[in-house]
Design a binder for this molecule. Structure first.
Ligand code: BMA
Length: 329
């Protein structure tokens, strides 16, 4: 279900969803909100794998044990994926219940993964680095409450740059109106010089939370990056497994200045992706689009990967020129 019509610039992959729970060779019920990059000549995907969930689980009380880990898949063409035999990452332990929503950025030949963790003290955002997707070194973790971090693929002005979404509640009177922030670091461990770069009320299809989605890609005109924008729709049921689910998540698009990415050059006025297909409208949480991966191919095609309905992972393509133009119009 969608209130706002999408901009008409993307073409959904005919093979959607490109990854689903049935593709995982281990316990899995929801496969979504993946991070994707090209690394060592292959497409790599790390995805959120939730298990123990099923349709109807909320009808007579949730009796199964649920959990989350991060799965790994490789592909030669970005469409057909081979899921690896074991999940590659989880951070369960004292005070940490799970890691989820991974994002990938290659910087200077190493692969960095941002992720969220749910902890006893709140939601925190982590950054880890890996060269083989077996060994991960965790480099930094934010204080609560923060998540949705994405890294730029190169240093700018001598610093690593990330987008992030802290979620202050106290100062907002409990309201879920959150914005996109930018942070800088000389070494990937210590982060500072934070700036709010896009407020939730600057996006026409957002009345609640706004947050980063895919790590930015470099174009001639600026850094192109997706975001997620939430429209609260309390009165309507959105085909979620939870009857009370009432938030529509849109995929949005913006362009940031190449030299100073805290400057927003433009935001596309319409959603890039609105939930309209059955696989986007119906699932664990209906009408959720979460575009966490973006790849710019040499021929100007952009691959946009997105979690749909918190249940499956999908792909859409677009032309980079069209996308840039839509931000500047
Ligand atoms: C957010 C996160 C996302 C999820 C979205 C919709 O708060 O948990 O991972 O896709 O809600 O359920």
């Amino acid at each position: 279900m969608s209130i706002f019509e999408e901009s008409g610039l993307i073409k959904r992959c005919s093979q959607n969803p490109v990854l689903a729970a049935a593709d995982a060779p281990y316990e899995s019920s929801l496969v979504f909100n993946a991070g994707i990059t090209k690394f060592n000549g292959k497409y790599v995907m790390v995805f959120r794998n939730d298990f123990g969930f099923y349709k109807g689980m909320y009808d007579n009380g949730n009796t199964t044990e649920t959990g989350t880990n991060i799965g790994l898949a490789f592909s030669d063409n970005g469409i057909d994926w081979q899921v690896q035999p074991e999940p590659c990452f989880s951070m369960q332990g004292k005070d940490i219940s799970r890691a989820y929503d991974p994002r990938l950025t290659v910087i200077d030949g190493r692969c960095y993964m941002c992720f969220a963790i749910d902890t006893r003290q709140g939601v925190r955002g982590g950054i880890a680095v890996t060269d083989d997707f077996k060994n991960f070194e965790v480099l930094s973790i934010t204080a609560p409450d923060n998540r949705n971090m994405v890294l730029f693929p190169e240093k700018i002005g001598g610093n690593y740059i990330r987008l992030e979404r802290p979620f202050p509640v106290y100062s907002h009177g409990g309201k879920e109106n959150f914005d996109v922030w930018l942070g800088r670091s000389p070494d990937m461990r210590y982060w500072g010089d934070f700036e709010c770069i896009l407020n939730w009320d600057e996006v026409p299809f957002c009345n609640s939370k706004l947050g980063p989605a895919a790590p930015p890609v470099k174009t001639e005109k600026g850094w192109l990056t997706t975001f997620h924008a939430v429209w609260k729709q309390e009165e309507a049921s959105l085909f979620g497994w939870e009857a009370s689910w009432g938030k529509i998540y849109y995929g949005g698009l913006m362009l940031l200045d190449l030299e100073d990415p805290s400057k927003v050059l433009g935001v596309s006025k319409k959603p890039l992706i609105s939930p309209v297909e059955k696989y986007e409208e119906e699932g664990f949480r209906g009408s959720v689009i979460f575009p966490g991966g973006m790849i710019l191919e040499d021929d100007g095609e952009v691959k946009i990967y997105y979690g749909a309905a918190d249940t499956v992972e999908c792909l859409a393509t677009a032309s980079v020129d069209d996308l840039v133009k839509s931000c500047l119009e």
